[in-house]
Design a protein around this ligand. Structure first.
Ligand SMILES: O=C(O)[C@H](O)[C@@H](O)[C@H](O)[C@H](O)COP(=O)(O)O
Length: 262
């Protein structure tokens, strides 16, 4: 992949949200031109709250009925559980979309009666195959946009530093049973699916992210003693398809050049 990711840093969350909203609108327009639908995947953590800006929720330019929302990762818990990323998205975003207007189609990773995480990963991969109409294992689903968080350890989705899942080449969706961030049992999109998306946006705010952002942006991969962090692998694999929406606190000390506008 060619090009460098774009790094944006804003003075406050409200400016970050406004620019993220403009970026999402552009991604929506490009997707609707391509195939009349907007297929995105979202992660959990602080992302859903930052995503649900007043601009997004009140906008008549957002075509919710064209949105198909998938999950970049999920914890292996019932959808009503407080740890569920679906429950978080429902609480922070979905429940706030005006009920009088069109609604998105949401594709939860639903444990239902499946108690085995691998079965759950397989079931979600099957639903992606149906949804993306990809018929053979060579093709990968191409999300229009991935909206991801970055953990303080450099993980994204449920792809953790040094984990064997980072080497997964064929599965689209994988199970993890030893996540260092609780809960341990999770389902995640794999790295090839992440880097194959049309656009990938990371949202990282707060001083708690500055150490890891320095490692991700300012450490040359070959100079790293250990393995390259998952977020850095996404930067390397997807290049200029990646945009980082940060606040000033998160990028303090980062020397990678920032952009000021989209
Ligand atoms: O299920 C999860 O745990 C999340 O999907 C995870 O990948 C999250 O996005 C990062 O941990 C960042 O979380 P914060 O934004 O809260 O730091």
């Amino acid at each position: 992949m060619t090009g460098q990711p774009s790094l944006y840093a804003f003075p406050d969350n409200s400016t970050l949200q406004k620019t993220l909203y403009d970026y999402i609108l552009r991604a929506q327009s490009a997707a609707l031109m391509r195939h009349q639908v907007f297929k995105i995947a979202v992660s959990g953590g602080s992302l859903p709250k930052l995503l649900a800006s007043p601009d997004l929720l009140a906008s008549s330019d957002i075509h919710w009925d064209k949105w198909e929302i998938f999950f970049a990762d999920e914890r292996a818990v019932p959808l009503t559980h407080p740890d569920s990323n679906y429950a978080l998205l429902e609480q922070e975003l979905l429940s706030k979309i005006p009920k009088t207007g069109p609604q998105p189609t949401v594709h939860p990773i639903d444990p239902g009666k499946l108690s085995d995480t691998q079965d759950l990963a397989n079931a979600y991969e099957e639903s992606l195959i149906r949804s993306f109409a990809a018929k053979d294992s060579v093709k990968l689903p191409v999300f229009d946009l991935l909206l991801l968080g970055c953990g303080p350890d450099g993980h994204t989705c449920s792809l953790f530093p040094g984990h064997v899942l980072l080497r997964e080449k064929t599965a689209w969706v994988a199970a993890i049973e030893d996540s260092p961030k609780p809960p341990p049992e999770r389902i995640t999109l794999t790295l090839p699916v992440v880097t194959h998306a049309h656009k990938i946006a990371f949202v990282a705010a707060g001083a708690g992210k500055k150490e890891v952002l320095r490692k991700i942006f300012d450490t040359h991969p070959e100079a790293e003693a250990g393995e390259v962090l998952p977020c850095a692998l996404v930067n390397l694999g997807a290049g200029d398809k990646v945009s980082w929406f940060c606040d000033q606190a998160a990028v303090e000390g980062v020397s990678f050049p920032r952009k000021s506008s989209l």
